[in-house]
Design a protein around this ligand. Sequence first.
Ligand code: ZN
Length: 123
Amino acid sequence: MHETDMTRALIQTLQDWWQSQPERPRITHVHLIVGRFTCVEPVSLELAYAVQTQATFLEGSQLVIRETPLIAYCDACQKDYEPEIGQRYACPTCGSPMEEIRSGRELKIDRIECLSDVRESAV
Ligand SMILES: [Zn+2]
């Protein structure tokens, strides 16, 4: 589905970061945090990344995806829970429909690994 567009946006972000670096480091790994609720298939994302980074400054670098679970908050019970598709994401304790998502919708760069050094990124 939208993995191609997401990859394009991701590469753009990486390029902006890379171009702002005076030494233009060689990027080896890009660590991504992908929420379960983004409906992104990690495998599709990796595939799109491999295709789109060919013959670019990112060629040969690897995408490392860490999935974060979907966590919702139930107002009635005043606690977090892990919604399940089978239960239509409702609270397992009281059955209230899901209203507030705590995490699981993020898609962001955790950190960028470069050759001969590891740096934290603020992107
Ligand atoms: Zn509840």
